[in-house]
Design a protein around this ligand. Structure first.
Ligand SMILES: Nc1ncnc2c1ncn2[C@@H]1O[C@H](COP(=O)(O)OP(=O)(O)OP(=O)(O)O)[C@@H](O)[C@H]1O
Length: 394
């Protein structure tokens, strides 16, 4: 992994605290940010989300002092940022913005190597680091290091932006709508990559967006901001979706909150059901007997390695000589790692409204149906029903 010598925190995330932080721009009557207090835990991704003009960017930029607070206190890893040299501070905090903000007259390699150069790394180490970072964001160093930003697609520029922000191995990464300017498919890919990177690197990430779905996907916690950066709710995506603090948050969460919760849960987290099964070399009579006389009961024919092959009712099992002809083929299955949304999709497209769950080698694990999904949503709602959303969860 990255060389840790150049940052006091060794590149791993550190806690950020904002205490009654306000910002009033010169000549303005009202503050853009009014007395914000929040704790961003070490190694977590916290997403600031809120409507345009709510003060997300102002709040974030005060952390690396691109904007100076009018009052209040900000600490990073316990250090008061107002007591630090702003240039030094900014080199120790990764920063990535919409449209990547790359220097157009510098090559990709020079852009990525910029901060390591500023903090005095030697040339060889910078060269190695640039290649390591480009690899990390899935760009072939040989192909991309010598190009200029204008010779890259939007998505590639964003990747270089992230590589540059990470180059000096900062403990903290500030990201201001970094994926706002790319198409939805590329955005999804970049979000997945960021999640993979973060699982590996464990930075403290503050991420600004006005896309609530992006916040749900990326955030360990979400701060929903209202006017003047007032924290309307600060909690996990699960808790906010299950129990929005007020109508404004509910409006922001938008339609389909219950459905969005399904993207946060994996099939492995729920209790799957079971149906009668028989392996393909057993006789149809065996499956028929296991299915019993209950109307509509449906069972599974498995291959010799326990992988699901066919669905069959008792009547269908009774109508064939061997089980490889019984009923209908299993078209689709979901893995334990699939989201409940994937499972719901499979349930809704299946003739009998059931989805087969398979393990890592494709073996039969169980089944899920619409009741399983409904019960999960209900349980989530109950789990968070007593949550008392507060402004500061520190
Ligand atoms: N340099 C400035 N001088 C005066 N007012 C400013 C300045 N920068 C921002 N503002 C005002 O401060 C408020 C918050 O702006 P900010 O950019 O932080 O909001 P935001 O939530 O990030 O918005 P968006 O989602 O549109 O980027 C806005 O009302 C904006 O007009």
């Amino acid at each position: 992994m990255a060389d840790d010598k150049n940052t006091p925190a060794g590149g791993h995330g550190v806690e950020i605290r904002l205490e009654e932080v306000s910002k009033r721009y010169p000549g303005q009557k009202l503050s853009a940010v009014e007395s914000v207090t929040m704790t961003i835990p070490a190694g977590e991704t916290v997403v600031l989300v809120g409507p345009s003009g709510s003060g997300k960017t102002t709040t974030m930029r005060m952390i690396n002092r691109l904007i100076e607070p009018t009052s209040g206190k900000i600490t990073i890893g316990g250090q008061d940022v107002l007591g630090l040299d702003p240039d030094k501070l900014r080199r120790e905090i990764g920063y990535s913005i919409q449209q990547a903000g790359l220097f157009p007259h510098l090559t990709v390699g020079e852009n990525v190597g910029m901060v390591p150069g500023l903090v005095g790394w030697d040339k060889k180490r910078i060269r190695e680091r640039v290649d390591e970072m480009l690899d990390l964001v899935n760009l072939d160093p040989g192909e991309f290091r010598g190009r200029y930003p204008r010779q890259l697609s939007g998505g590639q520029q964003q990747r270089v932006g992230v590589a540059r922000a990470l180059a000096a191995n900062p403990p903290v990464l500030l990201m201001d709508e970094p994926f706002g300017a790319v198409d939805p498919i590329t955005r999804g890919v970049l979000q997945d990559e960021l999640m993979r990177l973060q699982a590996e690197l464990g930075k403290t990430i503050v991420f600004v967006t006005h896309d609530f779905d992006e916040a749900v996907k990326l955030g360990d916690r979400i701060a929903v901001l209202g006017d003047r950066s007032k924290i309307l709710q600060y909690d996990t995506p699960e808790a906010i979706l299950a129990n929005p603090a007020d109508d404004t948050v509910a409006g922001f969460v938008g339609a389909g909150a219950a459905l969005k919760q399904l993207t946060l849960r994996r099939v492995r987290e729920i209790e799957v059901g079971q149906v009668p099964t028989a392996t393909i070399d057993e006789s149809p009579a065996v499956l028929k007997e296991r299915l019993g006389t209950r109307r509509g009961a449906i069972g599974l024919v498995l291959d010799k390695r326990n992988r699901p092959l066919r669905w069959a009712t008792a009547r269908e099992a009774g109508a064939v000589a061997t089980l490889d002809r019984a009923g209908r083929p299993v078209e689709d299955s979901v893995a334990l790692a699939s989201t409940l949304q994937d499972a719901l999709e499979a349930i809704l497209t299946d003739d009998d409204g059931v989805a087969v769950v398979t393990g890592s080698r494709g073996e039969y694990v169980g089944v899920v149906d619409i009741d399983t999904v409904m019960n999960t949503i209900k349980a989530l709602r109950e789990e968070h029903a007593d949550d008392e959303p507060t402004e500061d969860q520190s």
